[in-house]
Design a protein around this ligand. Structure first.
Ligand code: ADP
Ligand code: MG
Ligand code: ZN
Length: 478
C-alpha cells in the first residue's frame, strides 16, 4: 500500500519589541540570567499585566501579510500548568478567540507549482523562562526568567502540507515574511523562531486523517526535514506491521536523527483554559488595521512577481534575489546604477553569492557595495576586461576591499591576457593573411612584427604584447 503524509506546523515567533509583552522589562538576547525581570514577569502576587501595544501591532502585521481575518475582539486566556520556568503557574495566551484566523502562505512545490497552505490562526502569547541544567556542581538546575513574558506569536497551519520538503518551504516562506516585516529576527538557533510539527500518515486516496504525533525541538530547517522524514517512515512501518500509531508528543534528537516519545496523550496536559481576568478583551478597530495595512512593506511573493515583470527575470532568478530583503535591495541598487538587470542577476547568482558563501558571510556584510559591483560590470561591458578576468577581479575585490579599477591597473589586467581570447584573434588574422604566413614559414621571420601589429589593431592595443609574440610564434612555427 502507498502512504501519504499529512503535516501541520505550529510556529512560534518571538517579536522584536523593545520590552516584554506585559511589563517594561528589556528583551535583549543573551543578557546575564535574571537581569531582565520585574515583579510582573516573575509572577509576584498583586501585579497586573499591561499589554504591549507594539506587540499587538506586529501580530496584526503578520496577520495581514498572511491574509488572515483579524477579529475585532480577541480574548487572552490563562493556560495553566506547573513547570519551574513558569513563575505564575500559567501562561497568558489566546485560546478560543484568537487575534486572527483563516489566512494562507503560498509555497512552491517540487514540480514548480504554487501550493496554498492555509493558516488556521495567529495568536499572541507570552514565553516562559528557561531552565539551565548541569549548573553549579554539575547537578543543579537553575532557572533564568529573562525569557519569561517575552512576546510571541503562534502561527498554526492547516494540515495542508504533504512532504518534509513542503514543510521546509512553508517555514522558509513564513520566516521570509517575518524578516520582511522586521517583526522577528528569525534566528532559529537562538530560539526566536521555533517549530513544532504535527504529522500523520494515511493510505493514498483516503479522506480520513491518521493518528498524528507532534514533534518538538527542531531548531533548523534541516532538523525539521530530518525529523519529519524519520517520523513518516516510523509511522508507515508501524501501520505496515499491523500496529497503530499512538497519539503522542515526540522529541527530535539531532544526534541520532530519530524522534522519541516524550509524553502520550494520556499524560497530555489539561490546561484548564479560562479567560484572563486581569486583561480586557483585545479590541482592534478597523481604522487601526487600515493604518497598519498602509505601513506594510512589499512582501516576498509580491517582490518576486514585480522583479519578473519589471526586470524581465525568470522565476528562478527572481526567487533567489527576493529570498532576502537585503539581497533584493542590493539587486535594485545595482539596477539603478547599471541598466542591465539580467547581467546583474547572473553575476550576483553565480559569482557574488558564491563568494559570500565561500567567505561564510551574509549579504548584509558584503565588502562590495552596489556601486563597486556595478563599476566592475561596466568595465566588463566596455570590454576593458573580459568576463573571465572580471570574475578574478571580483574575487580580488572581495579579498582586498579594493575597487575594480585599482586592481586592474595594479595587475595590468586591462590588457588582454587571456590566451584563448588572443588565440581566436590570432587564428583569424592568420587565416586572413595566408601569403604572409607562407612567407614567414619560408624564412621571412621578421614578418612577426606585421602579425603583432595586426593583433594590436584588432584588440585596439589591449593585447598583452609578450603573450601575443609567444602565441604567434607557437602558431607560426607549428
Ligand atoms: P492539538 O489540539 O493536538 O494541538 P490541533 O487540532 O490544534 O491539535 O492542531 C495542531 C496542528 O496539527 C495544526 O497545525 C493542524 O493543522 C495539525 N493537525 C491536526 N490534525 C492533524 C493530523 N491528523 N495530521 C497531521 N497534522 C494534523
Ligand atoms: Mg499542539
Ligand atoms: Zn518584567
Amino acid at each position: 500500500m502507498e502512504y501519504e503524509a499529512v503535516i501541520g506546523l505550529e510556529v512560534h515567533a518571538q517579536l522584536l519589541t523593545r520590552s516584554k509583552l506585559f511589563c517594561g522589562c528589556a528583551t535583549v538576547f543573551g543578557s546575564p540570567p535574571n537581569t531582565q525581570v520585574c515583579p510582573v514577569c516573575l509572577g509576584m502576587p498583586g501585579v497586573l499585566p499591561v499589554i504591549n501595544e507594539k506587540a499587538v501591532e506586529y501580530a496584526i502585521k503578520m496577520a495581514l501579510a498572511t491574509e488572515c481575518r483579524i477579529n475585532e475582539r480577541s480574548v487572552f486566556a490563562r493556560k495553566n500548568y506547573f513547570y519551574p520556568d513558569l513563575p505564575k503557574g500559567y501562561q497568558i495566551s489566546q485560546y478560543d478567540e484568537p487575534l486572527a484566523e483563516g489566512g494562507h502562505i503560498d509555497i512552491e512545490t517540487a514540480d514548480g507549482k504554487t501550493k496554498r497552505i492555509g493558516i488556521t490562526r495567529i495568536h499572541i502569547e507570552e514565553d516562559a523562562g528557561k531552565l539551565l541544567h548541569g549548573e553549579g556542581d554539575g547537578e543543579a538546575s537553575l532557572v533564568d526568567f529573562n525569557r519569561a513574558g517575552m512576546p510571541l506569536i503562534e502561527i498554526v497551519s492547516e494540515p495542508h502540507i504533504s512532504t518534509p520538503e513542503e514543510a521546509v518551504s512553508y517555514l522558509k516562506a513564513l520566516r521570509d515574511i517575518l524578516l520582511y516585516l522586521e517583526i522577528c529576527d528569525g534566528n532559529m538557533q537562538e530560539g526566536s523562531l521555533r517549530c513544532d510539527a504535527n504529522v500523520s500518515v494515511r493510505p493514498v486516496g483516503s479522506k480520513e486523517f491518521g493518528t498524528k504525533t507532534e514533534v518538538k525541538n527542531m531548531n533548523s530547517f534541516k532538523f525539521l526535514k530530518d525529523a519529519l522524514t524519520y517520523e513518516i517512515g516510523r509511522q508507515i512501518s508501524l501501520l505496515e506491521s499491523g500496529e497503530r500509531v499512538v497519539q503522542e508528543t515526540r522529541l527530535f534528537e539531532p544526534s541520532t536523527g530519530k524522534t522519541r516519545s516524550m509524553r502520550s496523550k494520556e499524560e497530555a496536559h489539561d490546561y484548564r483554559y479560562f479567560p484572563e481576568p486581569d486583561l480586557l478583551p483585545l479590541v482592534v478597530e478597523q481604522e487601526e488595521i487600515e493604518a497598519i495595512m498602509v505601513m506594510l512593506p512589499e512582501l516576498p511573493a509580491q517582490k518576486k512577481e514585480r522583479f519578473m515583470k519589471e526586470y524581465g527575470l525568470p522565476s528562478y532568478d527572481a526567487g533567489i534575489l527576493t529570498s532576502s530583503k537585503r539581497l533584493a535591495d542590493f539587486y535594485e541598487e545595482c539596477v539603478r546604477l547599471f541598466e542591465e538587470p539580467k547581467t546583474i542577476s547572473n553575476w550576483i547568482m553565480s559569482e557574488l553569492l558564491r563568494l559570500l558563501k565561500e567567505h561564510n558571510i551574509s549579504i548584509e556584510e558584503t565588502p562590495i557595495g552596489a556601486d563597486r559591483f556595478t563599476a566592475l560590470l561596466k568595465l566588463v561591458r566596455e570590454g576593458k576586461i573580459s568576463g573571465k578576468i572580471g570574475k578574478e577581479v571580483l574575487e580580488e575585490m572581495f579579498a582586498t576591499g579594493k575597487d575594480a579599477q585599482t586592481i586592474i591597473e595594479e595587475k595590468g589586467l586591462s590588457q588582454i591576457s587571456d590566451e584563448s581570447e588572443l588565440l581566436t584573434i590570432i587564428d583569424k588574422i592568420l587565416e586572413e593573411n595566408p601569403e604572409n604566413v607562407e612567407r614567414y614559414r619560408a624564412g621571412k621571420t621578421k614578418l612577426i612584427g606585421f602579425f603583432v601589429g595586426e593583433v594590436m589593431k584588432a584588440t585596439r592595443g589591449k593585447a598583452n604584447p609578450q603573450l601575443v609574440n609567444k602565441l604567434l610564434k607557437e602558431r607560426l612555427d607549428k
